[in-house]
Design a protein around this ligand. Sequence first.
Ligand SMILES: *Cc1c(COP(=O)(O)O)cnc(C)c1O
Length: 366
Amino acid sequence: MTAMRPIPRQGLLDIEAYVPGESSAPGVAKVFKLSSNETPLGPSPRALAAYKAAAAHLQDYPDGSATRLREAIGRSFGLDPDRIVCGTGSDDLLHLLAHAYLAEGDEAIHTTHGFLIYPIATLAAGARPVVAPETNYTADVDAILKAVTKKTKVVFLANPNNPTGTVLPFDEVKRLHRGLPGDVMLVLDAAYADYVRRNDYEAGIELVATSDNVVMTRTFSKIHGLASLRLGWMFAPEPIVDVVNRIRGPFNVSGAAIDAGIAAIEDVEHQNRSREHNTRWLEWLTREIGKLGLDVTPSVANFLLIHFPQTKGHTAKEANEFLMARGLILRQTTAYKLPNALRLTVGTEAANRLVVGALKEFLGQQ
Ligand SMILES: *Cc1c(COP(=O)(O)O)cnc(C)c1O
């Protein structure tokens, strides 16, 4: 029998579409969006100026290989621009990698509370997502290695991870890499690398440079404050760069994104300001929320995961409603298998203080 309508490939209807963090609270005039890990400091003023100037050239196709941007990234990290590919956000690159290296019958591993794009990209490529358990909300190298089978083609690891904010030290990432067969690609998603202040951490540059099966992805959406422009990049071995360049959109990065991205990556002072703001308020929020008696998973990123008790009146769901009614929008993490937690993005000083005050009130402590 002929189907009466177009039928998508097997597996696609198993995908739960990604639900972004909420951005409005019904009936509340002033809202603080702390649900999508956006920077409270906004983009570099120089990036903003470059973006506005790009308006003069909207009729022209952008440089399809984003050469000047790749060179600027290369200068800033000491990398060969030929080993960099830019994308429409790093989500774009994660999907391209999945499409290029996964097929029906293959498996891709991610961890229990790993970033939701990984199972989506895996299923979209027709492959099977395999979940490796975490320990203390942190990726567990032994569990990942145990999940590897002959069918494994990709391991996705967000380091630091979203939504937990936890991180694997470089030694552990290296141990993971050593344990993987050479034909398994290790994707190190370093979206939050810019915020990490630990000397046992390495985003992935060294591993990519010294191996044939590691890819590091980065984004302009977080510390650079350009989430709306959709801009990310990856650093990878030459053969992987070659493959992704064959299948990506020929103009996947807009001219405005190229220009703003160059200005952003060159504005080191703005990045430092953002990092310092984050370090200060991440510590403050962790301490103050901890004092309220709530468990906070220690985070190295620009957000933190707050755990709520399951007692009626004090649950994450009720806390979310209470905060929402006050214009404080956090991220519910049920889709991340964390129904008793909320993820809070580090905000402006005013937003941070309001959140702590509101939580205190919610818990009946004032
Ligand atoms: C925010 C985020 C990204 C960035 O996605 P873009 O498409 O570049 O905006 C990538 N990975 C993780 C884990 C993230 O949280």
